[in-house]
Design a protein around this ligand. Structure first.
Ligand SMILES: NC(=O)c1ccc[n+]([C@@H]2O[C@H](COP(=O)([O-])OP(=O)(O)OC[C@H]3O[C@@H](n4cnc5c(N)ncnc54)[C@H](OP(=O)(O)O)[C@@H]3O)[C@@H](O)[C@H]2O)c1
Length: 264
């Protein structure tokens, strides 16, 4: 596989993980552009790369990966100056190729379906990458890049990738917020969050093995009205958690008991 010369715009969660992994896989990292000098300079030093606040890439990068907050991507792309042979790719699940300005000729989307947080080491082996590209040359480069990281490339259009992103928000971001909600409740008992680990692990493993629809348990599935009312009462310390509890309970009841009129 080819060893492209790679540069980055943004040095946050996604680019931090991609940059370190690509460097360790043997790619040459050329330049990291970001506004926050401290963390991005450290990343550049770690990967033998140059650091700059100026997104001028001259003629030297084969691929530039831009990973900045979705709302700032358009501005970041407009400012990039690079060779017309350079492929510029963004990593946003919900944005397409139409976000690129006209002066960027070879464009792509390089969306790794994973959750990235600072200081977490991510293994890209077997990770699905959802790709989109403006031309066959760009497609080939993105496919090569994903494969050389040990990932699995899939080509998908913007509309389908957006839906995939919504699915990711449910299974990852909302699930994690449920864990946060559970941790707030368990705090009231004085018990550590760790006592929930076997339950958390079995929930995920079971959903993978049986499928989530078959795996559901709990008072909402059983329509245990008395228990549900008690739970809502116990949550009076937090109207926010009470609302989430009621909304999700009602949604589970509707999903499994379409004929039920029960509402909380
Ligand atoms: N995090 C995830 O789990 C995940 C997963 C898949 C895809 N994505 C996508 O990846 C993209 C980046 O997400 P992230 O979580 O890595 O964001 P992030 O951690 O907030 O990092 C964003 C980085 O962009 C820099 N930045 C902001 N505006 C810039 C500009 N105009 N020019 C250059 N750098 C700029 C920020 O630097 P300053 O601090 O200097 O502003 C920061 O280093 C988003 O499109 C997101 O949808 C995220």
């Amino acid at each position: 596989l080819e060893r492209y010369r790679i540069s980055f715009v943004g040095a946050g969660r996604v680019n931090g993980a991609l940059c370190r992994y690509l460097f360790n896989t043997g790619f040459r990292i050329q330049k990291i552009v970001s506004g926050t000098e401290k963390s991005s300079r450290a990343l550049a030093a770690l990967c033998d790369a140059a650091w700059s606040p100026d997104p001028d890439f001259a003629d030297s990068s084969d691929i530039i990966i831009a990973a900045v907050p979705d709302d700032k991507l358009q501005d970041a792309l407009i400012n990039i100056r690079c060779s017309e042979n350079t492929l510029v790719a963004h990593t946003a699940g919900s944005l397409g190729l139409d976000i690129f300005p006209a002066h960027i000729i070879h464009k792509g989307v390089f969306y790794p379906l994973q959750t990235f947080t600072e200081d977490r080491k991510i293994d890209f082996t077997e990770l699905p990458f959802f790709l989109e590209a403006s031309d066959p040359g760009a497609s080939g480069m993105l496919r090569n890049l994903a494969e050389s990281m040990g990932g699995i490339p899939y080509f998908i259009d913007t509309e389908h990738r957006r839906l995939l992103h919504v699915a990711a928000v449910f299974v990852c971001n909302f699930t994690n917020y449920m864990l946060t909600s559970g941790s707030q409740v368990i705090m009231k008992t004085g018990l550590p969050f760790e006592v929930l680990y076997p339950l958390i692990n079995e929930t995920i493993m079971k959903a993978r093995e049986l499928g989530p629809v078959k795996s559901q348990t709990g008072p909402a599935l059983r329509l245990d009205k008395g228990t549900i009312e008690k739970h809502i009462d116990l949550l009076s310390f937090s109207p926010e958690l009470q609302r989430i509890y009621k909304d999700v309970t009602n949604s589970i009841i509707r999903f499994y008991n379409t004929s039920s009129d029960d509402k909380f």
